[in-house]
Design a protein around this ligand. Structure first.
Ligand code: PMP
Length: 416
């Protein structure tokens, strides 16, 4: 704790005060103070977000867009205000470039089904990398199967960095889209997305970035970056589950066909023909997750007040501390040692199955995740069936890492 406080002063980030904003961090599973190191799966929630949800249901809840009455107008203003806030958080120039979706999975499926179906044909290619989450593989596989197109994969090296020269060599006139993760959930690699966008755009190829693991950890500037699509999941960024955002460049969204049909997304409907509303409404068929969007807006306000630059700097120091601490554990091998990493410490321990590590750590009050992390090709690349993954967020401290290392000592006691 003393070390954590010293770091607070150094980075200007008051982690003790941040921790007080998250009620779940006061829980004591098995009578031990919770050490939550599973934020890459889903993050804990600040009181402001929880209160915003409750306030919305108590004071300003009705369906959005269609009503003329007081509550509907109030809910609509709050919902559209949330869109503006999320646009600001992602660094989009125009709130209408933000489509509310369930999360990254739905965002990628939307792009695959709408943009992909229109632009990817027989013999065409979609390029991903080895380190993608299944949600940035399977939608493209489904599309390629339907269209007779090919999924190409840019390889990664032993550290977990994408091999850029090989990625570049895979770009051709057949490539219709590059879809890659910004920060890998399995390895922690921060991809050189500026360079990837540059390489693709030099050949007129649009780029989708999966930002599920980037949004909670660093400032984002999608317009400046120039990517064509960017995705985020609210639940990983301390917001509610069931809400997320797809950023799409306006010209692309405007030209894309709808993803789902229904209410809210139309201008006029007759049995002969329907005309669609402009984007983003065109992509938000049916009653949306009204309260989720509004509470995500409140979460984004909270994060902006903390300052994502400060969060990034704080976490960088914490990750360095965690990396050094884990490297000192005998028999432990880190999976993912890229030059530029964020938040994730994936590892295997000689002679111990990751699930056993997770179970023993749990009894010590330390929550980590074990498994393939929905990134089986990454596991195959490293020749392991699974890893144990400790993932950090803005509320973790050096003392959390110390508790993790201590608990790994217990694993060693059990397994020798
Ligand atoms: N991409 C990455 C990199 C992820 O870590 C995750 C969630 N583990 C997803 C996509 C899918 O996000 P969601 O489940 O919120 O749709």
């Amino acid at each position: 704790m003393v070390l954590a406080q010293q770091k607070t002063v150094k980075s200007g980030f008051d982690v003790d005060s941040v921790r007080r904003d998250f009620p779940a961090l006061r829980l004591e599973p098995y009578g031990k103070p919770l050490v939550y190191l599973d934020s890459a799966a889903s993050a804990q929630k600040p009181e402001v977000m929880i209160k915003a949800e409750a306030r919305c249901y108590r004071e300003s809840y009705a369906n959005v867009h269609r009503g003329v009455h007081y509550l509907s107008a109030k809910a609509t203003v709050a919902y559209e205000e949330a869109r503006r806030k999320v646009a600001g958080f992602l660094g989009a120039a125009d709130p209408n470039e933000i489509v509310f979706v369930r999360g990254t999975t739905e965002a990628i499926n939307l792009v695959a089904s709408s943009y992909g179906r229109r632009h990817v044909g027989e013999g065409d290619e979609v390029l991903v990398t080895t380190m993608e989450h299944h949600s940035n593989i399977v939608p493209w596989q489904l599309l390629c199967e339907e269209k007779g197109a090919k999924l190409k994969v840019a390889p990664i090296d032993d550290r977990g960095d994408v091999i850029l020269e090989e990625m570049e060599a895979l770009l051709s006139e057949r490539t219709k889209l590059v879809a890659t993760v910004h920060v890998s959930n399995a390895l922690g690699t921060v991809n050189p997305v500026e360079r990837i966008v540059e390489l693709a755009h030099a050949r007129g190829i649009p780029v989708l970035l999966d930002g599920a693991q980037a949004a909670p950890h660093m400032p984002l500037a999608v317009a400046a970056l120039g990517c064509d699509f960017y995705t985020m999941s609210g639940h990983k960024a301390f917001g509610p589950s069931g809400i997320g955002a797809l950023y799409g460049r306006k010209e692309l969204l405007d030209a894309m066909p709808p993803y789902q049909g229904g209410g809210e997304m139309i201008r006029t409907v007759t049995f002969e023909k329907s005309e669609f509303a402009p984007s983003p409404a065109k992509f938000e068929a049916g009653t949306p997750n009204i309260v989720g969007a509004i509470a995500l807006g409140a979460t984004v306000d909270y994060l902006e007040a903390l300052g994502m630059h400060r969060v990034e700097a704080y976490e960088r120091e914490l990750l360095a501390y965690g990396t050094e601490a884990l490297e000192s554990v005998s028999g432990l091998r880190l999976i993912g040692t890229a030059r530029h990493k964020a938040s994730v410490l994936s590892f295997v321990l000689d002679g111990v199955h990751p699930h056993d590590i997770g179970t023993i750590l749990d009894r010590e009050g330390v929550a980590i995740r074990t498994g393939h992390h929905c990134a089986q090709p990454v596991m195959d690349r490293y020749g392991v069936p699974a890893t144990a993954r400790a993932s950090l967020a803005l509320y973790n401290t050096r003392s959390d890492i110390d508790r993790l290392v201590e608990a790994l000592g217990k694993v060693r006691e059990v397994f020798g």
